[in-house]
Design a protein around this ligand. Structure first.
Ligand SMILES: [Zn+2]
Ligand SMILES: [Zn+2]
Length: 171
């Protein structure tokens, strides 16, 4: 089957053969890798005229990974919001980038001074901590785990024991 070769590259390539004959919507060309793929390899996106994302799932995953690496703050923020939601806390976010974090706190673990790979919330999220440059700091995994046991847990316990926090939303 030489279907791939007969499809004209361009806007609605998936729908037409070079002859102009409409074929059924079974295939689509990824706008990133330019490979003609089965529609099941594209995520549904109703805002698009075709009903699918223009890039295939594989390219999209690559893009997401790249973006997470280059701009980790999107994932940090989403993670913070998720954790607030899980605890019925109202998220308080003042967005910042990785560069801004490093500028304020340095490009090293706030605790041991070594390389860092995690984001620490000084006042833990579960104790009503906010997501901003005052409360967020770079930290390494071992220091973060230690902090969790030594200071976060007691702090969270106190918070849950009824210390009033205007941000706490109880259902
Ligand atoms: Zn692709
Ligand atoms: Zn450390």
């Amino acid at each position: 089957m030489t279907l791939q070769k007969r499809i004209r590259p361009g806007a609605n390539e998936a729908d037409r053969l070079v002859s102009g004959t409409i074929i059924d919507r079974t295939f689509k060309t990824c706008t990133s890798c330019r490979v003609v793929k089965c529609l099941v390899e594209f995520a549904v996106d109703r805002s698009k005229p075709t009903g699918f994302r223009p890039v295939c799932a594989l390219c999209r995953a690559d893009y997401d990974l790249e973006r997470r690496r280059a701009e980790p703050h999107h994932a940090w923020e989403a993670d913070y919001r998720r954790r607030c939601r899980a605890r019925s806390l109202l998220p308080v976010v003042r967005s910042f980038t990785r560069d801004e974090l490093v500028e304020v706190h340095g490009d090293h673990c706030v605790d041991c001074g070594g390389p860092w790979d995690q984001l620490d919330h000084r006042i833990p999220v579960a104790a009503g901590g906010t997501h901003d440059l005052d409360n967020c700091r770079p930290i390494c995994q071992p220091c973060n785990s230690r902090k969790l046991f030594e200071s976060d847990r007691p702090r969270i316990a106190k918070f849950r024991a009824g210390q009033v926090c205007p941000r706490a939303v109880t259902s």
